[in-house]
Ligand binder design. Sequence first.
Ligand SMILES: NC(=O)c1ccc[n+]([C@@H]2O[C@H](COP(=O)([O-])OP(=O)(O)OC[C@H]3O[C@@H](n4cnc5c(N)ncnc54)[C@H](OP(=O)(O)O)[C@@H]3O)[C@@H](O)[C@H]2O)c1
Length: 365
Amino acid sequence: MNRRPLTVAVVGATGVVGRTMIQVLNEREFPLGELRLLASGRSAGRTVSIDGQTHEIQESSAAAFDRVDIALFSAGADVSRELAPAAAARGATVIDNSSAWRMDTDIPLVVSQVNPGDLEGHEGIIANPNCSTMQLAPILMALRDAVGLERVVVDTYQSVSGTGADALAELEGQLRAHVAGEPKQASVYPHPIAFNALPEIDVFLPNGYTKEEWKVVTENRKILDLPDLRISCTAVRIPVHVSHSEAVHVETREPITPERARELFARVPGVVVQDDPAAHRYPLASEAAGRDEIFVGRIRRDPSIADDRGLALWVVSDNLRKGAATNAVELAEILVARDWVAHASTRGVPRYRGPVPESAGGGTA
Ligand SMILES: NC(=O)c1ccc[n+]([C@@H]2O[C@H](COP(=O)([O-])OP(=O)(O)OC[C@H]3O[C@@H](n4cnc5c(N)ncnc54)[C@H](OP(=O)(O)O)[C@@H]3O)[C@@H](O)[C@H]2O)c1
């Protein structure tokens, strides 16, 4: 087992996800040697303080990945497209948080408790799923394995931190403007986010869905290895700081009771069932924030589906932790534990080959 201290780079280290990655790395027993913090040229030379330790930021460049073992990227898709191949060419293994590589047939797209085996054939780039996909896939996995999945409809209620540091500042500014009786300025979002719900996350696609909604569709199909899964999504931004919530309706192949579903979910690592409506106990964004688990509750029969094959659920998780940083670090931990940090070709195993995106029925995305 590979236990030597590793050199880890965090790209986007000044962002909300990058800072959470540093925090999660520090919290866990990761065999960390050197921590190399990278961002844009604007931040070079600045320092960030995490848990009382001060770290200096360097500008991201191909040369910055020399002797890096694992590079955790969260600086947007353009930076990932440019620098992830350069980092991989220098021998680093990239775990990328952006959408740049997720649907690439040669790139594993992995949720730690769902499809860790897909990591084995990586060739230097691994994709971390979208935050809305991340909290849903382990729940769907439990139902897929026990009773089969026919159809999934998910509506998301996504926090502002999912857009990044600028969006958090915009929400704060609008709240202050509201208290002062001034107009609310919006530039990150097309409308004020304070006291609002925006059914527009990422750009619109020709099929009428947003890119965020279509990520939930295509990424779940790839991770769950169900290329024909019937799944639809409406993604909504709401003025919550941290944690995404999801209303999920599932049609299963075989009958299932809410009691059995609770038992199945409780057995999934990292999933916590919170389901006592009489005591007002159900997953809350405010309680999930700062936690690594995925919380599921409000589990009930969906009477609109015959033969006890329908379930309705409420799923909540911290989008910065499990939705981004924690899963990325968990993937790094699996690579270390299974001795898969090096690229597949150097370990003599076949390269990962996933379902082709076209066969996933995505069409326009
Ligand atoms: N927020 C979430 O919940 C979430 C969840 C999953 C995935 N993601 C993904 O993670 C990425 C970052 O998101 P975020 O929310 O952390 O955004 P953010 O708070 O806006 O941070 C962006 C980071 O990217 C860096 N950056 C920007 N341009 C760069 C360049 N040309 N070269 C190097 N670094 C550059 C920034 O550095 P400077 O400070 O120097 O500008 C900053 O560190 C995005 O791809 C996003 O889609 C986010």
